[in-house]
Ligand binder design. Sequence first.
Ligand code: SF4
Length: 451
Amino acid sequence: MAIQELHWGASFTQQSETAAERNAVPRNYFIWTIGCQMNTADSDRLGSALQQMGLSEASSIKNADVVVLNSCVVRQSAEDKVTGTIGMLKPIKANNPNKIVALMGCMVGPKTEELAKRFKHVDVFMQPQQYEPLINLLGERLGIDPEGCLSNLSDINADVTSFIPIIQGCDYFCSFCIIPYRRGRQASRPLQEIVHEAELLAARGVREVTLLGQTVDAYGLDVPGEGDLADLLYGLQEVQGLERIRFLTSHPLHMSDKIINAVAELPKVCEHINLPIQAGDDDVLTAMRRPYTTDHYLRIIEKIRSTVPGVAMSTDLIVGFCGESNAAFQASYDLLEATRFDKVHVAQYSTRTGTIADRTLVDDVPQEEKKRRLMAVDALQEQIATGINAALLDETVEVLVEGQGNGKWKGRTRTDKLVFFEDDRDFHGRMTQVKITETAPWSLQGVPVMD
Ligand code: SF4
């Protein structure tokens, strides 16, 4: 098996092929995706490129000539699912050697030799956002020059909402996190390119975009003079047809006054900010290598809430991190109770091979205790979210209707609350005023209010 290094830093492997196999013409593709919104956005983009090359989307992995697994390794459970799916493809590939199997995403590091030895039935390995190896292989198989398929790549199938990755990678090395090793250093896209992509999406009917980055509020800081996230928000505010702008996920160190003021001033920017705290105890934050204190974090929350009226705040928290004592956990719990976030994404710590925590810290909180802490946070948050959402009863909120589920229309408020309503008329993609008739911690029910 030859391994060919490519100029953009990724690599692909080609197995020996017969002439017949070489001539096999792929007609359709299937992309299997697991993980965060960045992966979803990458898959959408790759799907758009494949469609631009003339391939159609297949209904299943089995029916597809090209199978792409877009992987996540943030948690062991995600990695296990990826490994299981790669294994499932082995007999399928053996039955049909013409099938192209590609592994993409965070499981693929800068060096692919180990993966190539482990998964001999995988033809192509691609790091996140590095679509070229597959595109070029397909270009060879199809006998076309794929030049141009990746330029200005945007999701051509986007409907009401769409993701736009604006900054790749991460310059931090939080001790629990594997992402910087897989996604590389921060690299911002040019501001004008992003605005142009938003214009293309809006022209296709997209009404809401979510700007994505591992540290989205660090946008532009790696390219002096390019403009920062606030400048980008001002640029996107001018895009005709676009009605809502969101951004995910922020880092407390980069949530500047300029960004907060932009959220407050710009009508299209939604009043919802996710700002991960990860722990409510300074010693745990230090062990996590998170470069801020709880005091600093709380000052930012205060600033956001006093500047952006009606803002909804969410956060991410890890429980049971190495060395997290009962008192340290209680500090996190107390902080959540006092701060009253709209949503808390809580995860139980588990060691990821290759991280700093894996190399230098002891995973010393017993499994049962981690679970107890997780359940305590879940219960607390359910109670808080119940109270926050109850205040919306009988209020009329603006909902962008994204589609249907279980016979009901569903959409989100500007503050990212999920709203359902029943109606026989077509509300797809419509900005709709909805009167809330029922509230629950994780969603709202209502009736549309017609003009
Ligand atoms: S900021 Fe920390 S948690 Fe977020 S991607 Fe970077 S290293 Fe991972």
